[in-house]
Structures are given as structure tokens and as C-alpha cells.
Design a binder for this molecule. Structure first.
Ligand code: GLN
Length: 447
């Protein structure tokens, strides 16, 4: 906590510290050590962890970095958080994010932006920017974030952390404030692949409170030392030639691909013909799901209530107009329009068809390869305020979104800062659904 007190006034990764809970948990771990109860200690015993503020932790505020939930105190704990705590980790607090996870910079937080520890003038990425910055600055050893279209991987790349979005269904979404329920997945930020794998071991698996959670019993650390010899690594030419991809970022990815080849992997070109439509499909499906999920913040059951209204209609209107920030309002309006009669067939239905095509593209590609590697983001971290229009912000996710659409695993692994270009760059490694151990194995080989 003294390191956080020193560092966080500059970085602003934390929205709330949970010192009491941390000391209580640390005392439990200490007692277990003193009494030699090592067999009862979990894989994360004594590891300081922090949680994105859309994850419920009993008795803490879960604000989603929104005025709407500024005073909302969690009455329960999310399954992923509970599992991390049951594994012995020490909860440090709750982390900043883009409001309701809408964004790529953490600038849309109602409580002020988080800064990139590598350069305080730059954004840490988003929406899980607080999680990424906390780990990059050594304020937390590991952190949990969530990824709907890139929100774990992109901040991972911007901050040089290992950042894993597991396949959809690996981690329970119970207690995670929903953005796009068919896309959201929680995953770890860490300083090493093994640390990330250990967190995944703790938080993954079937939960009867989330029907989409799968019975995963994989030990994600099991094949980390196996190397990549004999593995087939896919490269998508259309990604590498994409317009807007910074030549320096491209070069770093190509270096990493060459290194994988030197380590014994076979590099295979694969096509994802429909991936270029992923962005359009996502900005239909995402807002539609968000619109529906955010309807619960009605100022009655949850959320900010604007005072002084007699009738329900004007209370809803005023509370939602002031409680939500501009990006949340934009997505709500977009979603409500896209789902309205007459419009639905023109956008939502085709977007679902595109989703099926992209999923099939990945399936076909994985008949030929064990993983696919790609850039995470077209550029390294940019300055605060640099991306002022929504469309250019949406474009930062061009390489990450199709992974959520297909429900497969994807991660960002930080490439070595060999050439002193300033900011970190991650390589994206993508695994077939429920073969998340493949991408971790490739990342471990690069480590
Ligand atoms: N940046 C994307 C968006 O704004 C993804 C966000 C996310 O993954 N939560 O929707």
C-alpha cells in the first residue's frame, strides 16, 4: 500500500483501496503458513491482486467508473473474484476503467483518466486501463480485467503486461457488470505467462450461476515449458497488410514471428476472409447488447436518481441523462435504434450472420494451425486527448474484435523493448476455443 500511495497519485489506477480486507486476508495466509497448513493454501496464496471496477466484491463500491453507480455498494462477490480470493490472493482494491467498459483509453471514466506508467502523458489503453497500469507499475502483482472487444489485450499491449482474454465460457460472468453478454470475458493481467496461467487456473471453470460457463479443468501451466517445436503458427496476411498498422509495430510482430520460426514453429499463412466485417458487426451487436443490459439502471432498482421529479418518466429521463456519460449515452441510443422495428432486420440480423461467418473462418483456419498471431493494436500508446472522435477510437480494436465475435481465446504478450522506441508493443496470440493452453505455450516460448 505504501507503493500505491507513492505511485497512484500520478497513475490513478485505483478507484478504491480495500486495506481492511487485504490485511484480514494476509493474516489468514500468515496463520496457514505458521501452522504449516500448506496443503490448504491456494495457488495464489499471498499474491496481491486488484479488480476492475465492473467486478463485484462484497462491501466495496462497484462503480463501473460511472456516476450512475457512484454510490453502489456490492451486496455480493463475483464468482471470478471469489475464486481468486479462495485461492489465497490478497485484495488491494478496485481499478479504473472506461465507463461501463465503453472505450479504448480509460479516458471516459467519470472519475478521471488513468495514465500509462511508461509515459504519464500517454493513455494505458482501455477499457481495462486501471488493471493494466496497476500491474505495469508494480502496484498489484496481478489484476483482473474484462474484454468485450479488446479491453484486456489492447491495454496489455500498451503497458507491456501479459494480458489474457480466455475463450468465452472459461470464466464465469456471474457478478461481472454486463456490457455485451455474448462477448464479455474476464481474464488476468500479469508480469509473466506463468502468473497469468496460475490466475486462470484459480478463476476458470463451471459455475452454476452462469449457464455459459464451461466445465474447464485444464491446468493452464501444464505445457508452458514444452516450447513451440512442431507447432503450427498462423499469420493472417490481411492483418499484417492492414491500412493504419504502424510500420514499427508491424516490424516487431514480424520479428516475433521469425523468432517463433527459429524456435521450431512452422509458420503458415491463413485467411480470415470475413474478419474485415468484424468491426461493423461488433458495433451493431455490442451496442444492442449494451442497450439491453443498461436498461436496468433505471434510477429505481439501481443507480443514480436525479432528485426533484414527480413522475416516473421524467425521473428516468433526467437520471439517465445525467448518470451516464457521453459514450454510454451514444451506445444506448445506437442500440435502441438498431433494435427498433424495421431497423432490426437491416442491421442486427445481418450482424449475427457475419458473426457466424467469422466463427466459421476461425474454425477453418484452425484446421491448419494451432494458434494465430497478429498485432494487438495498430499503434503503441498515444497521448491523452489524441483520439477525440469515436470512430478513430473504434478503429484501435480492428485486430481484437473478431476474437470476441468468434468466442476464442486471445492474449497480448509484451515483446522485448530491444530497440528503445519508447512504448511497449504486444503481439496477439489467438487460440481455438477452449484450447487457451496453446496460446499460453507460444507466449511462454517467447518469454
Ligand atoms: N474498445 C471497445 C469498445 O469500446 C472494446 C471495449 C471492451 O472490450 N470492453 O467497445
Amino acid at each position: 500500500f505504501s507503493h500505491i500511495a507513492h505511485c497512484d497519485p500520478k497513475v490513478h489506477a485505483f478507484l478504491e483501496l480495500t486495506e481492511d480486507k487485504a490485511y484480514e486476508k494476509a493474516a489468514e495466509v500468515d496463520a496457514a503458513i505458521a501452522e504449516g497448513r500448506f496443503d490448504q493454501m491456494g495457488v495464489l496464496a499471498g499474491v496481491p491482486i486488484a479488480f476492475k471496477d465492473n467486478l463485484n466484491l462484497l462491501g466495496t463500491r462497484t462503480t463501473c467508473a460511472s456516476r450512475m453507480l457512484e454510490n453502489y455498494v456490492s451486496p455480493y462477490t463475483a464468482t471470478c473474484v471469489q475464486r481468486a480470493l479462495d485461492a489465497g490472493s490478497i485484495p488491494l482494491g478496485k481499478l479504473n476503467m472506461d465507463e461501463f467498459a465503453f472505450g479504448s483509453t480509460t479516458e471516459s471514466s467519470a472519475f478521471g483518466p488513468t495514465r500509462n506508467p511508461w509515459n504519464l502523458e500517454c493513455v494505458p489503453g482501455g477499457s481495462s486501463g486501471g488493471s493494466a497500469a496497476a500491474v505495469a507499475a508494480g502496484m498489484a502483482v496481478v489484476a483482473l480485467g474484462s474484454d468485450t472487444g479488446g479491453s484486456i489485450r489492447q491495454p496489455g499491449s500498451f503497458t507491456g503486461t501479459v494480458a489474457v482474454k480466455p475463450s468465452y465460457g472459461v470464466v464465469s460472468r456471474y457478478g461481472v457488470v454486463a456490457f455485451g453478454s455474448s462477448l464479455d470475458q474476464v481474464g488476468p493481467f500479469a508480469r509473466s505467462v506463468r502468473d497469468a496461467a496460475l490466475v486462470l487456473n484459480a478463476i476458470s471453470g463451471r459455475d452454476r450461476l452462469d449457464v455459459t460457463s464451461q466445465n474447464i479443468t485444464t491446468d493452464f501451466t501444464a505445457n508452458l515449458d514444452e516450447g513451440v517445436s512442431g507447432m503450427k503458427v498462423g499469420v493472417v496476411p490481411a492483418f499484417m497488410e492492414a491500412q493504419g498498422l504502424d510500420p514499427l509495430v508491424k516490424e516487431r510482430i514480424e520479428d516475433a514471428v521469425r523468432e517463433l520460426e527459429n524456435l521450431g514453429a512452422e509458420i503458415v499463412e491463413v485467411e480470415l476472409p470475413n474478419a474485415q466485417a468484424a468491426m461493423s458487426a461488433y458495433y451493431v451487436l455490442g451496442p444492442c447488447e449494451a442497450y439491453s443490459n443498461l436498461a436496468r439502471f433505471d434510477s429505481v432498482r439501481y443507480g443514480y436518481c436525479d432528485p426533484g421529479h414527480r413522475d416516473l418518466g421524467s425521473q428516468y429521463e433526467a437520471s439517465r441523462a445525467t448518470g451516464f456519460g457521453p459514450e454510454a449515452r451514444r451506445r444506448i441510443m445506437l442500440g435502441s435504434y438498431l433494435l427498433s422495428a424495421g431497423v432490426y432486420d437491416k442491421y442486427y440480423y445481418p450482424a449475427q450472420q457475419v458473426r457466424t461467418l467469422i466463427t466459421q473462418d476461425y474454425r477453418r483456419a484452425y484446421e491448419k494451425v494451432d494458434v494465430i498471431v497478429a498485432p494487438v493494436a495498430p499503434k503503441t500508446a498515444f497521448k491523452l486527448g489524441e483520439l477525440s472522435d469515436p470512430t478513430s477510437m473504434y478503429l484501435t480494436d480492428m485486430f481484437t474484435i473478431s476474437v470476441n465475435i468468434a468466442g476464442t481465446g486471445g492474449m497480448s504478450f509484451p515483446l522485448p523493448l530491444t530497440r528503445n522506441e519508447g512504448m511497449p508493443v504486444g503481439i496477439q496470440i489467438i487460440s481455438p476455443q477452449f484450447k487457451d493452453e496453446n496460446m499460453l505455450r507460444v507466449a511462454a516460448a517467447l518469454e
